[in-house]
Write a protein that binds this ligand. Structure first.
Ligand SMILES: [Fe+2]
Ligand SMILES: [Fe+2]
Length: 228
């Protein structure tokens, strides 16, 4: 089983998605505060933030789902001492706050200036961050490259990464928002790695082309503003 290589594309993908979610939780949390300013709320920025918030919730939920449907079952027998029950429980604890984020983003869509709703958005993001950081620290300890390399071959690792990427695309959306949301939240080096999982049609044509007019509205909230 031992592949002799201490690198794992599954571990890399997992770390990248964790860093996307970690950064965007902070953006959502700040958003609740920033849009308390009514003139900002009335500006075109709001529309970008709504698209960003919807992408966030979609990617977050799809990530939890992909672990529960693919990663945890796959490693249940290979890593018998890993606390799968605990990780699952931690997911369940996060979901209500994730729904709360979605609900408050819906409120923003209505166009009133719901100050209480914005405060609830910040609180929901704060609750998420309290659960999130210890959870990903645990996952990254368990599914680290060395442990994974010892339990599966490189071929299996690549296959599993591919399954994860397909699962993510199938369970999150719309693709013209969630794909740029993930890529442009990442640093350039991490983005390059993540792009390799995507078909050239997406990275070379759709992303800088037809999709751009739809996702460009999120640019003020992305760390890299998508200059391709
Ligand atoms: Fe998880
Ligand atoms: Fe995770």
């Amino acid at each position: 089983m031992m592949s002799g290589v201490d690198s794992s594309s599954l571990a890399n993908t997992m770390i990248r998605l964790h860093s996307v979610i970690s950064r965007s939780i902070r953006v959502i949390q700040d958003g609740g505060r920033i849009f308390a300013d009514e003139s900002l709320y009335r500006s075109p920025l709001r529309r970008g933030f709504i698209a960003y918030g919807r992408s966030f919730a979609s990617v977050f939920y799809a990530h939890l789902l992909s672990e529960e449907e693919i990663v945890f079952p796959y490693f249940r027998d290979r890593l018998p001492h890993a606390p799968f029950g605990l990780m699952r429980t931690q997911h369940e604890e996060m979901v209500p706050s994730l729904y709360a984020v979605q609900e408050e983003i819906d409120e923003m869509e209505c166009g009133l200036h719901p100050v209480e709703s914005l405060a609830r958005l910040t609180e929901a993001a704060l609750r998420l961050s309290r659960l999130w950081y210890s959870h990903v620290a645990l996952e990254e300890t368990i599914f680290n490259a060395r442990a994974l390399a010892a339990t599966m071959t490189q071929e299996e690792d690549l296959l599993l990464s591919k399954l994860m990427a397909e699962h993510r695309l199938a369970n999150s959306g719309p693709d013209y928002l969630v794909v740029p949301f993930i890529l442009y939240t990442l640093s350039p080096e991490e983005r390059a790695g993540m792009m390799q999982e995507l078909p050239p049609m997406v990275t070379q044509q759709l992303l800088p082309g037809r999709w751009k007019q739809k996702w460009a509205v999120m640019a003020p909230f992305l760390s890299a503003q998508g200059s391709l």
